[in-house]
Design a protein around this ligand. Structure first.
Ligand SMILES: [Zn+2]
Length: 178
């Protein structure tokens, strides 16, 4: 697998393009490694490590996830452990993790509904981000709710994404996700 495969997938969605521009803006490097984590970002070296035993699309979604952490951190939105009391730290971390996961899922669902994942279906935890099925159900519920109300395709997707994100947030706040 080459990074160009991930790049090609990223170019297909706004979240992916944002991830690539974050990479370029902050000169993030990457390396492939089979690791205990699917992906991680080391702020000290500016390197993101990706587990290349995953499918391309899943790996690309983790790249989007990690680039969201980079963006949060470079923009000063990450909380420094050393000078935060633990409540604030936990809250900020959960929030940052929520944002990163939301971007990751949003990226993936756009590939899915765009038909770019048809060749790897059925989607399972093996080739999709964990619990993608829950996110997709919430997305589908949003589509059903909005259908027939005269929205164009783009508005319908935005509304469905909103529904999926509310559901994700609910699961995060109940700590039922992480
Ligand atoms: Zn994360």
């Amino acid at each position: 697998m080459a990074f160009s495969d991930i790049e090609a997938l990223c170019k297909l969605t706004p979240e992916g393009r944002e991830a690539l521009s974050t990479r370029d803006k902050f000169n993030v490097t990457y390396s492939f490694e089979a690791n205990s984590l699917p992906a991680s970002y080391d702020a000290a070296t500016g390197n993101v490590t990706l587990d290349n035993t995953m499918s391309n699309a899943k790996l690309a979604s983790y790249f989007v996830h990690e680039m969201t952490h980079v963006r949060q951190q470079k923009l000063g939105k990450s909380v420094d452990v050393s000078n935060s009391d633990s409540d604030e730290f936990i809250k900020a971390n959960v929030n940052e993790e929520f944002i990163a996961t939301a971007f990751q899922m949003q990226f993936f669902v756009r590939l899915d509904v765009g038909g770019y994942l048809n060749s790897i279906k059925p989607l399972t935890d093996k080739n999709a981000p964990p619990r993608y099925d829950q996110y997709k159900s919430a997305y589908n519920a949003g589509v059903t709710k909005m259908a027939g109300k005269g929205f164009d395709e783009e508005k319908l997707i935005t509304a469905a994404l909103g529904n999926a994100i509310s559901c994700l947030k609910y699961l995060f706040l109940r700590a039922a996700w992480v």
